[in-house]
Ligand binder design. Sequence first.
Ligand SMILES: C[S@@+](CC[C@H](N)C(=O)[O-])C[C@H]1O[C@@H](n2cnc3c(N)ncnc32)[C@H](O)[C@@H]1O
Length: 251
Amino acid sequence: MTTEIIKQNKQSWDVVAHHFNGVDALPNYGPFAQTEKELGLLEDVANKRVLDIGCGSGHSLLYMAERGASELWGVDLSEKQIKTAEETLQGLETHLFCSPMEVDIGLPKLYFDCVYSIYAIGWTTDLTTTFRLIYSYLKQGGSFVFSWDHPLYPHIASQNGQLSLNGSYQEEGVTTYPNFKGEDAPMVIPRRKLSTYINELIKVGFTIDSVIESDVSVNYESTKVEVSDRYYSLYKAKRFPTTMIIKVIKK
Ligand SMILES: C[S@@+](CC[C@H](N)C(=O)[O-])C[C@H]1O[C@@H](n2cnc3c(N)ncnc32)[C@H](O)[C@@H]1O
């Protein structure tokens, strides 16, 4: 089942990749959410070895390169995304791999100062293995920072601006979207509770540094808030966090 999900999602990501070129990338952590400039979770990355999990179009790695990271590594499921990342990072020395994050492809252990993931970690079909692998890649004292949809967010429905609960937050499992991004691209997205993410991080040995349920970024301070039922809207983001952002340390 897990292998089938990865196979299906890989095919579909190659179809929808063009919708995500530079969309969910640092310094942004998520839709309408505070940015790295506001939160300062990554600290000084100059001369640091960094690994991006679900590196997508490579724009977060480019941000890291601009801040002086010494080595740029990335993993992504989609061949299309890796190809785009290569283009984005043209001229820079990179180590990019097309692979599911939940598979051990022999990335160096005890090697990275910082592993991070912007809106990709929730795609994993095996959270424990993924976190265990990330823990193994980090040096002692290294940090792991990731962002993903706030786990309750997909359950918040909006009708004429009235927010209500859709489905059950209690039931973990998967949701299948037959036409992701309006394309002929079926996607299977795992559903997990916030506590599942936190408990799995603790289980593999991480120490929690910060858990952020996003507020609206200062970048939207002067934007007029209009009632909207869109999946991501400023209106909704003012009432409920779009994004969870977690920083943990390998002590
Ligand atoms: C929203 S994009 C992330 C954007 C990226 N962080 C950036 O900085 O541009 C999500 C990415 O996760 C990747 N992905 C989905 N499932 C994955 C998996 N199981 N393992 C690795 N990458 C995966 C997709 O191919 C896609 O590029």
